[in-house]
Design a binder for this molecule. Structure first.
Ligand code: S3P
Length: 182
């Protein structure tokens, strides 16, 4: 998956913001969109970790979730002028409507979905997500996904289910649906 064989008009294309619950595949899809289409890759969580010089678990433990959410808000503002980029958003980022408004100025917002069962399989071995600490089970994931679903759906321009699909298929689906917005 090397190089840019997309034929995309990067001057004119809007950025892609990937949203969705933890384990929806945002990071994997973002890496693949960079590799397949030569998009610039931005990851809001990684930006925060780089800026703070400490992992997300530590930010939550020391300064609390509200502080992390403020950092998330600031990161979105910092990347309003990027072009031909894929922005992988932390799973809770679009719970703040202001973040959605700010993303919308330069991005088509793509909601990646996965069932609670698929999600658990993808996240169960990770200790990097404080929101799921002590809650690594299908019932909790389903409950939180349902609670967040209205915000994801309200933010989304495009929705792509990821269960059982390989990453290239998901990327093709996204780029196909992006054509409706060009
Ligand atoms: C969070 C999701 C995480 C990260 C943080 C909070 C959430 O990102 O931003 O742990 O509230 O859903 P991923 O969705 O990339 O795991």
């Amino acid at each position: 998956m090397a190089g840019d064989h997309s034929g995309l008009n990067k001057e004119e294309m809007k950025n892609i913001a990937l949203i969705g619950f933890m384990g929806a595949g945002k990071t994997t899809v973002s890496h693949a969109l960079r590799a397949l289409y030569g998009l610039t890759e931005i990851d809001t969580d990684q930006e925060i970790v780089r800026q703070e010089g400490r992992p997300i678990t530590e930010i939550f433990a020391t300064d609390g979730e509200a502080y992390f959410r403020q950092l998330e808000h600031d990161v979105v503002l910092r990347f309003q002028d990027v072009h031909a980029a894929v922005i992988s958003c932390g799973g809770g980022l679009v719970m703040n409507p202001e973040n959605v408004k700010n993303l919308r100025t330069s991005c088509i917002i793509v909601f990646l979905t996965a069932t609670p069962e698929t999600t658990l399989l993808r996240v169960k071995d990770s200790a990097d997500r404080p929101i799921l600490n002590g809650h690594m089970d299908v019932a909790y994931i389903r409950m939180l996904q349902e609670k967040r679903r209205p915000a994801y759906e309200a933010a989304a321009d495009i929705c792509v289910a990821t269960d059982g699909k390989d990453v290239e298929t998901i990327c093709c689906e996204i780029m196909q649906k992006m054509k409706d917005f060009s």
